[in-house]
Design a protein around this ligand. Sequence first.
Ligand code: MN
Length: 485
Amino acid sequence: MADELTPETPEESEEPIKQRKNGLYPGVSDELAESMKSGWADTELRDLEPIVQAAETAARRAALSARFPGERLVIPAGNLKTRSNDTEYAFRASVEYAYLTGNQTEDGVLVLEPVADGHQATIYLLPRSDRENGEFWLSGQGELWVGRRHSLGEAEQLYGIPASDVRELADRLREATGPVRVVRGHDAGIEAALTDKVTAERDAELRVFLSEARLVKDAFEIGELQKAVDSTVRGFEDVVKVLDRAEATSERYIEGTFFLRARVEGNDVGYGTIAAAGPHACTLHWVRNDGPVRPGDLLLLDAGVETHTYYTADVTRTLPVDGRFTEIQKKIYDAVYDAQEAGIAAVKPGAKYRDFHDAAQRVLTERLVEWGLVEGPVERVLELGLQRRWTLHGTGHMLGMDVHDCAAARVESYVDGTLEPGMVLTVEPGLYFQADDLTVPEEYRGIGVRIEDDILVTEDGNRNLSAALPRQSDEVESWMASLTN
Ligand SMILES: [Mn+2]
């Protein structure tokens, strides 16, 4: 049996041979190696237009520079992560790096070097593959295998930042003197080069600053979030149109249908789609999506398209699979809708961040008391938090390049903070009656409802970016009928 475990020889592998032996690659004749060096056209791109958000990324770097004068700041994109053996997960650059550069390349690093009047930014990237040494076809990172990269000169034009070879960066950082901060958790190699120069506390301050900088979105970001929402609306329409096929298969058909829209119009989904039919709706992060879709049940679909620039929508609709709410479903749905209306109304500049949560929780609690599921008065239930057996989660969160954006912001500037124009947040109350909850009448059990929209705080109130998707129960039914008839 041991014979079957004999590893394949390099000649049998389609992996390029990475180990040089006496200057030669095994299995590569000198003549082939010589042939591969030449006969390639110059494909350098000239006069490239800068990326559309170049002015915004420059302004973000200027704000960062002003916050940490005289300090070297290191913001890595991160590296590929192995999925298994020689396959990797799809790469997504760190939010901090993408926010400050607009670039999304693996192994990239932005460095702000302190100079007399602020900082000099440099973007460190892997340059184009060398043809002379065979790297482009013999290395696993060679362009023949992974595709053409931008040259450093092209990157400078696109991102408006001088570009340099990232393979020299670790040595430069090791030799550098003066105070340094790095965004941790993305690039172990870069962190290793800085290990005796940085402290966890100072690095955390850099992370916090970059998280809080994203609390208020600029015009470009708001445009991207609207694009993400618009694609998401189309994705929800796609799902409604194929509910009959989901009934014949499983929740996976819904997940796959939405994913098609996300990949065609955007970069990806912004988070794992929750396609939860029937009692699965009561599992908040149901992403297995392998259950049946049955007429008479509700489908809770929580999904968002992420744009090419990484901004994601986060929208939930709870839909009757066969197009019509039953009486009990409608009763619960309308309570959640009323709670969401109260929550959205509390989103305005100057309001406390907590206000929309409190407003929505109050409405839900009033209904739970009215239905006799928990003993009043409402104030007592709220004080003891007893409604949370069925409301389960907070009513929303900041939205941006992360679905739960600005997560490193301090409590005083986010959860205990005040809403400002340009903030974008979700309002997403829900009610969930677990299938095995013996404290509620049987007719409630297995019903879960959440309604979630993406709300922009404006100068005089708010704008619902996802208003194109019906929420009110009658409108949901007629919208579904219009898509399926
Ligand atoms: Mn959400």
